[in-house]
Design a protein around this ligand. Structure first.
Ligand SMILES: *Cc1c(COP(=O)(O)O)cnc(C)c1O
Length: 372
């Protein structure tokens, strides 16, 4: 048997870098006893994250799924309503719509960017449509001008699911500032992490107050134990906020390293005849969450993933389409969103972490070329 040290380093598809004040701030929570959802780091993290995104209000919560749930609740979306979501997304986007009793309506992806296709969104609008949830897939900001034009024309809300796009930009504005409400996740594999955690952002004072009420059990801020509506316990802990603040202090470095990793991949794989890459558009700044390639077919995709795993390199398939999953497959037939289905079948996420070196990325690219 080979010794562990003889083997090349295992490259996970994503790993966090916790090399700043994370330990110091968490220890402050432990030393001072503030381990629950009160404590100095919560407001500091919210204020700093609001500033980072250029938005007035940031409201922390316990994960990105809950952030979407709070956003839809605060907008008053409920039974009988339809919400248009991309079919290529993480399942939380669709689940949050289901949680409020509304129906997710799945829309097609753009062939070039893999993001929500505004032309198909327009086709999916009905009398019942109340909101659109664009998702910046793998960090590439969606075509927000076109989505807002549709929203204005049809009187719809825009909930920006920015869970994968901390630091991304669209026409000079940060992801998180591009919807009526925006939501983030700080899960361990995201651009910035708190372990588990989420955030809602909005410039609207009323929506912010509603979200604050909903996430704190519905308690009247002026009157303790007086609950004015059925709320939720969706709060972030001080320990999570401590991690988040430390991550945010180093956001430029963390995001810069991811951008460097993306640059190496683009340089080494950009001209490969069998691969398609997600573009970076002149008016957007990719948040560089997951470097992703489309290989020629689904069979090849699975073979390539197995070959890379054999070389101790983890990959991930692009998300399966939501309309093909058991809870949602009654809503749209297989084959009805062909562009999205193809991207989902052919797409593979490659390791993307701030911890990767150029040599690591070269190793991934060599293994990928051999496998193809
Ligand atoms: C990660 C993610 C979420 C949910 O985040 P959690 O913090 O894991 O609940 C929501 N939407 C998208 C697009 C995501 O990638």
């Amino acid at each position: 048997m080979q010794k562990e040290s003889d083997q090349p380093r295992f490259l996970p598809v994503s790993e966090p870098l916790l090399a700043g004040n994370e330990k110091k701030y968490v220890n402050e929570c432990l030393d001072e006893g503030w381990v629950s959802s009160n404590g100095k780091f919560i407001a500091r993290f919210e204020d700093e994250f609001a500033r980072f995104c250029g938005v007035k209000h940031a409201l922390s919560c316990c994960n990105g799924t809950v952030a979407l749930h709070l956003a839809l609740l605060a907008l008053g979306i409920g039974p009988g309503d339809e919400v248009i979501v991309p079919t290529v997304t993480f399942v939380a986007t669709a689940n949050a719509v289901h949680y409020v009793g509304a129906t997710p309506v799945f829309a097609e992806s753009e062939r070039y960017t893999w993001n929500l296709d505004p032309a198909d969104v327009e086709r999916k609008i009905t009398r019942r449509t109340r909101a659109i949830i664009p998702v910046h897939l793998y960090g590439l900001p969606c075509e927000m001008d076109a989505i807002h034009a549709l929203a204005r024309k049809h009187g719809l809300h825009v909930v920006e699911d920015a869970a994968e796009a901390h630091g991304g930009e669209y026409r000079g504005r940060r992801a998180g500032s591009l919807g009526d409400v925006a939501t983030f996740s700080f899960y361990g594999n995201k651009n910035l992490t708190t372990g588990e955690g989420g955030m809602c952002l909005t410039d609207d004072d009323e929506l912010a107050a509603k979200i604050r009420l909903l996430k704190g059990q519905g308690m009247d801020p002026q009157r303790r134990y007086w609950f004015v509506l059925v709320g939720y316990n969706y709060r972030m802990t001080n320990i999570e906020a401590a991690l988040g603040l430390a991550q945010l202090e180093r956001a430029d470095s963390l995001l810069g390293r991811r951008r460097e990793v993306f640059g190496w991949y683009r340089e080494l794989l950009g001209s490969h005849h069998a691969l398609e890459l997600q573009p970076e558009l002149p008016h957007t700044r990719h948040a560089c969450w997951m470097f992703t390639v489309l290989v020629p077919s689904d069979r090849e995709r699975d073979a390539v993933a197995a070959a890379l795993l054999g070389e101790r390199i983890e990959t991930r398939p692009v998300f399966p389409c939501m309309h093909l999953l058991p809870p949602y497959q009654h809503l749209a037939p297989a084959g009805s969103l062909p562009v999205a289905e193809e991207i989902s079948r052919r797409g593979l996420n490659l390791p993307t972490s701030p911890t990767l070196t150029r040599a690591d990325v070269e190793r991934v690219c060599d293994a990928l070329r051999r496998a193809l």
